[in-house]
Design a protein around this ligand. Sequence first.
Ligand SMILES: NC(=O)c1ccc[n+]([C@@H]2O[C@H](COP(=O)([O-])OP(=O)(O)OC[C@H]3O[C@@H](n4cnc5c(N)ncnc54)[C@H](O)[C@@H]3O)[C@@H](O)[C@H]2O)c1
Length: 254
Amino acid sequence: MRLENKVAIVTGASSGIGRNVALLFAKEGAKVVAAARSLDKLETLENEVKEGGYPGEIYSVPTDISKDEDLKNLVDSALSKYNTIDVLVNNAGILDQYKSLENIDEDLWMKVFDVNVHSIMKLSKLVLPTMIKNKKGSIINTASVGGLHGMRGGLAYVTSKHAVVGMTKNIAYTYADDGIRTNAIAPGSVSTNIASSISDPDNKTLEKLMAGVKIFPKFAQPDQLSPAYLFLASDESSFVNGEVLVVDGGWTAY
Ligand SMILES: NC(=O)c1ccc[n+]([C@@H]2O[C@H](COP(=O)([O-])OP(=O)(O)OC[C@H]3O[C@@H](n4cnc5c(N)ncnc54)[C@H](O)[C@@H]3O)[C@@H](O)[C@H]2O)c1
């Protein structure tokens, strides 16, 4: 019960890493405000937690994180139901078809930045006044090893995840005095649905990526990532701030 009575918003909670984080947080007693676009998938998650007799609960709030009005509704809904927000997990993200510089178009670039970067800034800004008032809070951003290295995705994805790392550190230091901790997790490769969005991959990027795939140990399952989120959400990490926790099975240790 490391998150007993804590209120945690988790974005991208309908699948993959986010779904697993939502389940683990509910197992540890949290009231999880689960955000994703599909109400059906959120309700399935909600029922799993109810039927499993978890000590925590799921509150589903359908949200497209690229829409300002949805982000506002997410925070308003969390506050009107629970009156506070202790943890924000900015997890939802998309890939970029592995497009290289010569093949990226502005629409794709903007879409990747809207989902992977702008939403984190906007949602964190909306949650900030509550955390400042409480003098505590934990913001956890899902970055990627692509936020630390150049060749773990296409141009837009890699650039967006580097931005997530920079944003994490800036917010962490700026609000350390307010009791707010901001950290990132950098997964390596995880078996989730994220790659299913790729319909027209860029061969140039793929060819370069393959060099790194040869030294890649193995895919993680989402439940090998969620304990790292639990650590950063809980008071056990009370002095960890501005950190990027790499959870990649040793891939980038090579
Ligand atoms: N799977 C990997 O190998 C890997 C590696 C490094 C980083 N990541 C990061 O992990 C995070 C989670 O991805 P995942 O691997 O669990 O993939 P996933 O596709 O299973 O989950 C992504 C979630 O984000 C949601 N999402 C996407 N766009 C959204 C939008 N506009 N509004 C609301 N929700 C939206 C999806 O619906 C889904 O629930 C992402 O930020 C991703 O970049 C994944």
